[in-house]
Design a protein around this ligand. Structure first.
Ligand SMILES: [Zn+2]
Length: 354
């Protein structure tokens, strides 16, 4: 049985383990709610021109797996293996409120990974979302209602096609504050804190990579890479050289069409370092099939907006939600650790050699 002590069951426990594993060079960004932080640790020379950055908790609760992976990797002694010109910068909890409250979204029901848009301009349009919203916001939560929701979603998908369905459902929307994948009406704290942290910890970098750790897409016990670099671009070629064909061919992605996401954190990272050669990638640890994750997303929304009238139901429903984003099964957690040791090492080696 593998050592699973890198994982945690609460945000304070995860934070304490991260700070303990990260060493002395950590900056703390205070959230308005006491006790919540984005913590950013530098391992190696803080002025190193090559930086491998890795972060977790963009989607709150998904940070439990990413935090475990980071703590395990840091404990493994990565600092001793880095070349002199390379540093690791580890971001712990991009959305600490969601992490602490075991939900994917922020304090304003915002998907932080749709929030990095330019709020001085009109928000991106998602005209099909209004129809999705009608379907995915039932007042009741029981198996009959959920089955009816999925029948309606299937009919909608058959009418508009796989790509339009994914774009409408997952792409991000800026019109329904009580809806799914809501990108927000203003920059979230996690957005501003991330930008500040990138500036303060990476502005000197000449070569920089960012790996954002997520949970939910892909086969259980496996992981998938999502790169958004255009095919044929240098960033695309680097991702393939460092992590193999899987980094770019979407192997393991079970969605028939992946949405075109708006306002993602990695876009902001690349925009903020125009002087650097930048490589970015998302890694997703798989948990449930897509329908299971859709159910979990709707459940989260129901708990937030309808749940206060049904407090007696919340503990059991929260446990169901937790299992979708942070499975308790030891085999799943072992797989997270084994896989992440490999792809984190590859990232650090890649940015040091490129
Ligand atoms: Zn995510």
């Amino acid at each position: 049985m593998a050592d699973l002590s890198a994982f945690s069951e609460s945000y304070p426990e995860a934070r304490a383990k991260f700070l303990d594993a990260a060493g002395a060079h950590v900056r703390h960004y205070d959230h308005p709610q006491k006790g919540l932080f984005l913590d950013v640790a530098t391992i190696g020379d803080a002025q190193a021109p090559h930086v491998f950055a890795v972060g977790c908790g963009t989607h709150g609760i998904e940070g439990y797996s990413g935090s475990g992976a980071l703590v395990h990797w840091l404990r493994s002694g990565v600092a001793k293996r880095l070349p002199r010109d390379t540093a690791v910068v580890a971001f712990h909890a991009h959305n600490p409120w969601g992490f602490a409250n075991r939900t994917r979204v922020t304090e304003e029901n915002v998907d932080l990974n749709r929030n990095f848009v330019d709020f001085s301009r009109p928000r991106p349009a998602n005209p099909h979302y209004a129809e999705v919203h009608e379907i995915v916001t039932p007042q009741r939560w029981d198996e009959e209602t959920v089955a009816e929701v999925f029948r309606k979603l299937a009919a909608f998908k058959a009418r508009v096609g796989e790509q339009a369905f994914s774009d409408a459902y997952n792409g991000g929307q800026y019109t329904h504050a009580d809806g799914l994948f809501y990108g927000g009406a203003r920059a979230q704290w996690g957005n501003s804190a991330f930008r500040r942290a990138v500036t303060e910890n990476l502005r000197h970098a000449r070569k920089a990579a960012f790996m954002d750790l997520h949970t939910g897409i892909g086969p259980r016990y496996g992981h998938v890479y999502l790169t958004f670099a255009p095919s044929g671009s240098p960033a695309y070629a680097r991702a393939r050289a460092w992590w193999g064909d899987r980094a770019v061919n979407r192997e393991g992605v079970t969605h028939k069409a992946v949405a075109v996401y708006r306002g993602v954190l990695l876009d902001a990272f690349a925009e903020m370092l125009p002087q650097a050669e930048v490589t970015t990638i998302v890694v997703e640890f798989g948990t449930l099939a897509r329908e299971g994750m859709q159910r979990a997303g709707m459940l989260q929304r129901w708990m937030r907006f309808e749940g206060p009238r049904h407090p007696e139901r919340l503990p059991a429903l929260q446990r169901e939600y937790d299992e979708a984003f942070y499975p308790s099964e030891p085999r799943w957690r072992e797989a997270v650790l084994a896989q992440s040791l490999d792809f984190l090492e590859r990232g650090a080696r890649g940015v040091s050699a490129s």
